[in-house]
Design a binder for this molecule. Structure first.
Ligand code: PEP
Ligand code: MG
Length: 541
C-alpha cells in the first residue's frame, strides 16, 4: 500500500480504480528516420485513422446535438485532406528525414500562425482548427488517442492539473474523485469537485504507474491510499457509508424555508457551469441559479457559439428552473480560462489583463450576440443578466447603452423579450469602493469573493504556495469590511445583494453574512442543504 498526502479541497471518501490523465500537449521530439517511405506511410495511415475518428464524432454529435454543432467535425475531416497541408508534411519528412510526428507538429504550428495573421475573421478562426487536427494526428501516431478521461467504469482521475476545457469534456458520471499535483483551492477543478459532490485533493505527488490500480481518496484526511490493505479498505468503506447516510438525512430538508430561528430569511441559490448541472440544482432544492458561468459554453466549443446555440441553452436552463430566478453571467474569458479561437495575445499578467467585460466592450459583436440570445431566452423563464470584472461606473453605462441597442434591434425585428434585472459582480477593490455609485445603475450586486480576495490580498488564486495562513485568510478583516460596505451601499442604493464566490458556502461565516443583511448566497448545489440546516439552527439575537 502507498499512502500519499495532499491538500483536500472537497471532503468525502471515494473508492475505485485510478486513471492517470496525461495532458494532450506532450512535447513532440524531432527524430531522424532512415526509411522515408515507411514514415510517409505512417503519416497517411494516421491521417486516415484521424478522419475515421472525426467521422465517428460527427455521427455522435449529429444524433446528440444536431447538424449545426456537428458540422465542425466535418470541416476537420476536410481540412485533413488539404493539399498544401499534406504537401508540407510530406516535404518535411522527405527533405529533412524526420519523423511524421515532428513534421505534423511543425506544419500545424506554421499553418496555425499563418491563419492567425490573416485579416479575415473567419480565416483567423481556422487557426485553432489546424492545431486541433494536427494534435489528433499526433495522438494517433504516438498511440495516445485513447488516453484516460474516457473510462468505461467510474474512476479516480489523477493528473498534473486539469484545464477548464478538459474538465468540460469529462463524462461526469464516470468520475469518483480528482487528485492533482498542481491546482489550488479556488481552481476550477476544485470548484467542479464541489459541484459534483466528490472528494478532491491537490498537491499530490503521484506516479504514472498508479494507472489502473485500486485506491481510496479520503477528502477528510487529505490522503490517497493506493492498493490499500484490507483493514484500511474496511475502515474507509464504513466512513463512506456514514457519509451517504448523512446526505440522505439532509434530503429531509427539501422544501423547507431558509429561515433563522428568529425569522430572518435568506435565498440560497446555486452556481452552475452548464446545462447538465441543472439536475443537481433541482435535486438539492436550490431557490434559483445565482451564477451561471456562461463562459463554459465558449470553452467547450471549438468556435464561437452562435446566437442560436446560446439561446437554446439559456432557454432550456430557464425552462428547467420553472420560473425560479436564473442569473446568467456574461462571458468571463481570459486569465485561467483561455479559448484558442479568441486568438488572444500572450500576456505577462493575464489575471490583470484583457479579460471578461473588457473583451466584451472591445469586441462588441461577441457581446451583442450573447445579449441577444439572453434577451430572447428571457421569454421562457426568469432570467437576470450579470456582468463580471467591473471597475467603473462608465463601464456599466457603456454596457447599458449596448443592451439598449440590442433591445432596439430586437424590437425592430419584432422579436419578443422581457425587461430583465441586471446586476454587477463586485469582485475588484475598485468596485467595492464605488459600490454606492454602482448601486444607482443596477438592480443587484453579487460579490465574487474568489477574485475579490485575489485582487485585495494580492494573492494569485492559482498559486498553491500562497494558499494558507498567513497569506490566504478567508476571514481577512479587509474582506469582511468590504463585504459589509458592499451590503450597506447596495441596500442604500436599492439593490439586493448576494455572494457567489466560494466564500458564500463558508459555514463559519454564515452568521456574519446574515448579520450584514445579505439577501442571497449562491453556492455549489451540494452546499444548499447543509447551509439550509445551518441557517435553520442559527439565532441572531
Ligand atoms: C469569483 O470571482 O468569486 C467568481 C464567482 O467568479 P469566478 O470564480 O468564475 O472568477
Ligand atoms: Mg471572478
Amino acid at each position: 500500500m502507498i499512502t500519499e498526502r495532499g491538500k483536500s479541497v472537497y471532503k468525502g471518501v471515494a473508492i475505485g480504480k485510478i486513471s492517470v490523465h496525461k495532458s494532450g500537449e506532450q512535447p513532440v521530439k524531432r527524430v531522424h528516420v532512415e526509411n522515408i517511405e515507411a514514415e510517409k506511410e505512417r503519416f497517411y495511415a494516421a491521417k486516415t485513422k484521424a478522419q475515421e475518428q472525426l467521422k465517428g464524432l460527427y455521427d455522435k454529435a449529429l444524433a446528440e446535438v444536431g447538424e449545426a454543432n456537428a458540422a465542425i467535425f466535418e470541416v476537420h475531416q476536410m481540412m485533413l485532406d488539404d493539399d498544401d497541408y499534406i504537401e508540407s508534411i510530406i516535404n518535411m519528412i522527405e527533405s529533412q528525414e524526420i519523423n511524421a510526428e515532428y513534421a505534423v507538429a511543425s506544419t500545424g504550428e506554421n499553418f496555425a500562425a499563418m491563419f492567425a495573421a490573416m485579416d479575415d475573421a473567419y480565416m483567423k478562426e481556422r487557426s485553432a482548427d489546424v492545431k486541433d487536427i494536427s494534435e489528433r494526428v499526433i495522438k494517433v501516431l504516438t498511440g495516445a488517442s485513447d488516453q484516460s478521461m474516457t473510462a468505461d467504469e467510474p474512476v479516480i482521475i489523477v493528473a498534473d492539473d486539469l484545464a477548464p476545457s478538459e474538465t468540460i469534456q469529462l463524462d461526469k458520471s464516470k468520475v469518483l474523485a480528482f487528485v492533482t499535483r498542481h491546482g489550488s483551492t479556488n481552481s476550477h477543478t476544485a470548484i467542479l469537485a464541489r459541484m459534483m459532490n466528490i472528494p478532491a485533493l491537490i498537491g499530490v505527488d503521484y506516479s504514472d504507474d498508479w494507472d489502473g490500480k485500486l485506491a481510496i481518496v479520503d477528502g477528510f484526511e487529505g490522503c490517497i491510499y493506493v492498493e490499500p490493505v484490507k483493514e484500511i479498505l474496511d475502515k474507509k468503506e464504513a466512513v463512506r457509508q456514514e457519509e451517504l447516510k448523512k446526505r440522505e438525512l439532509l434530503q429531509t430538508l427539501k422544501g423547507k424555508e431558509n429561515v433563522t430561528l428568529d425569522g430572518q430569511k435568506i435565498n440560497l441559490y446555486a452556481n452552475i457551469g452548464s446545462l447538465s448541472d441543472v439536475a443537481s440544482v433541482l435535486q438539492n432544492d436550490a431557490g434559483g441559479i445565482g451564477l451561471f458561468r456562461s463562459e463554459f459554453l465558449y470553452l467547450e466549443n471549438s468556435d464561437y457559439p452562435t446566437e442560436e446555440e446560446q439561446f437554446q441553452v439559456y432557454k432550456q436552463v430557464a425552462e428547467n428552473m420553472g420560473g425560479k430566478k436564473v442569473i446568467i453571467r456574461t462571458l468571463d474569458i481570459g486569465a485561467d480560462k483561455q479559448v484558442d479561437y479568441f486568438n488572444m495575445e500572450h500576456e505577462e499578467n493575464p489575471a490583470l489583463g484583457y479579460r471578461a467585460i473588457r473583451i466584451c466592450l472591445d469586441r462588441v459583436e461577441i457581446f451583442k450576440t450573447q445579449l441577444r440570445a439572453l434577451l430572447r431566452a428571457s421569454m421562457f423563464g426568469n432570467i437576470s443578466i450579470m456582468f463580471p470584472m467591473i471597475i467603473s461606473v462608465e463601464e456599466v453605462q457603456d454596457i447599458k447603452k449596448i443592451l439598449e441597442e440590442v433591445k432596439a434591434e430586437l424590437k425592430e425585428a419584432s422579436i419578443p423579450f422581457k425587461d430583465v434585472e441586471i446586476g454587477v459582480m463586485i469582485e475588484t477593490p475598485a468596485a467595492v469602493m464605488i459600490s454606492d455609485l454602482l448601486a444607482k445603475e443596477v438592480d443587484f450586486f453579487s460579490v465574487g469573493t474568489n477574485d475579490l480576495t485575489q485582487y485585495t490580498l494580492a494573492i494569485d488564486r492559482q498559486n498553491p504556495a500562497l494558499e494558507s495562513y498567513p497569506y490566504f485568510r478567508v476571514d481577512h478583516t479587509a474582506i469582511m469590511r468590504m463585504l459589509k460596505m458592499i451590503a450597506d451601499n447596495g441596500h442604500a442604493g436599492g439593490c439586493w445583494v448576494g455572494i457567489c464566490g466560494e466564500l458564500g458556502a463558508n459555514m463559519d461565516l454564515l452568521e456574519d453574512f446574515l448579520r450584514m443583511g445579505y439577501d442571497e448566497l449562491s453556492v455549489s448545489p451540494t452546499f444548499i442543504l447543509p447551509l439550509r440546516e445551518k441557517v435553520r439552527n442559527t439565532s441572531l439575537k
